[in-house]
Design a protein around this ligand. Sequence first.
Ligand code: GLU
Length: 550
Amino acid sequence: MKKELVERLLPGLTHDREYYEKLYPERNLPEGAIVTRYAPSPTGFVHIGNIFQLYISCKMARQTGGIVFLRIEDTDQERLVENGISKIIQDVASFGISFDEGAMSETEEKGSYGPYIQSQRKEIYQTYAKDLLLNGLAYPDFTTKEELEQLRKEQESSKRRIGYYGKWARSRFLTEEEIEKKLDQGLPYIIRLKNTGDFNRRIVVYDAIRGKLEFPEDDIDQVLIKNDGLPTYHFAHVIDDHLMHTTHVIRGDEWVSSLPVHIGLHQVLGFKPPVYCHIPPLTKKEGNTIRKLSKRKDSEAAVSYYHAMGIPVEAVMLYLATVSNSNFEEWYLEHENASLDDFSMSFDKIGTSGALFDMEKLLNLSRNFLSKLSAQEMYERTLAWAKMYDDAFAQLLIENRDIAISFLNIERNQEKPRKDYAMFEEVKSGIWYMFSSEFSPESYEWQKITDLDEIHLVLNTYFESYYNENDTEEEWFSKMKDCCDALGYASNMKEYKQNPEAFKGNVADVSTIIRVALTSKSRTPNLYDIMKILGLEEMKKRIHYFQNRS
Ligand code: GLU
């Protein structure tokens, strides 16, 4: 196509493609370094699957001395949300992920391969499109929506493959005069690729995760530049990954079917394609079917869910590491205290079928992680969570700091620590009864408490004659047993089992009476510690609630 006409189609371009090729030289990185990118649309939403993908991207880049950059793909201007970029960066950062280069906020960026926001790269894409136009490899298309619909109907009724290709791509055949005439009329147009691909030929692509893939060659006259002057995803990402020297495109496998389009574009532009690595989605079982974890249906798809529930990011990342590489779990068993950075990841150990997102497993990892924190850390992190999500609870934690830390310390620093909590959100229901202000006669489930006379007898006897604040745990337990003997309960479980009729109950029944009276719960961490933390005065108050009930 002649230069004047091309300039009418894409006016105001000041550089040619050689200029950009020079502007973005090869990166100076070690041999084998992986350069990859996270390329979201700034919709403000980060899916847990994105974190999974990013975990893999960062790991692969950093373990090879490479980099990960953030590129914002905002060419679909209708999907933009306010502060979408900052929201993405914040969400990702909340999982400990940061970028070496790229967009850093709505207005700032880092690195010399920018701009990293596609809408600011309009001129670059148009320059490459202009080059294709000049070489007869692209053309303007003025076809209206209605005409396209008509075309689709014709193809359907004659049982032809649907699409804008070959002889069906009528605008290919417009003469320069016809194009000029339409421009004179001010008709809107897009720029399409004049595809030389042949649908009957096959192309082979080696995906680093999925291995050898074969497709028919793409022959559709793909849209390169839309009517608003912005490029399509297909065209933009090919140019960006070329100019930004991406070595590996790590992305969701919903893009696998577009590979022939992308490979075709790299070819026509004269670029060497990067290595494509398609990550399978995280999946979920629903009835008998397995489906993608969905933004619309599953609350756990949004990263905000993990923060709101107070599931520590360490546990989430550990879980994602577990599902990322098939040999991770085995490695982790041998290196339980190692950092995730020490694991050596490989693409060929990423499953292709999509990991089933197992929330129970994640929560177990979380329980395990939280059980290993010190009581102080557990307190601080619970408080930080509460400050964000539960003001009243945060206040209680602040007012009862020492009690909370002592309570959280029960059965913690031991070989097999208690695993009460999988998330900070659960701490409140586990700890509230330790706080005097929260405990009242209403705390008891009175309807479940029967035989109050016997309970009074046990409580009175125990507190009047057996409990001593200064006892060691051993002394405390032995006195509890003495109290059992005195009241006709078996202090020895063996004896009790041999002849249960001979006793009112056993030592567990007595301790349950005391436990329920003091905490309203039949199951708690170690009662001895709880009693120590509550102190005599608080215990008396609670026993008093009992005494005044009947
Ligand atoms: N903008 C694309 C998306 O939102 C990115 C795909 C890619 O990583 O190339 O899915």
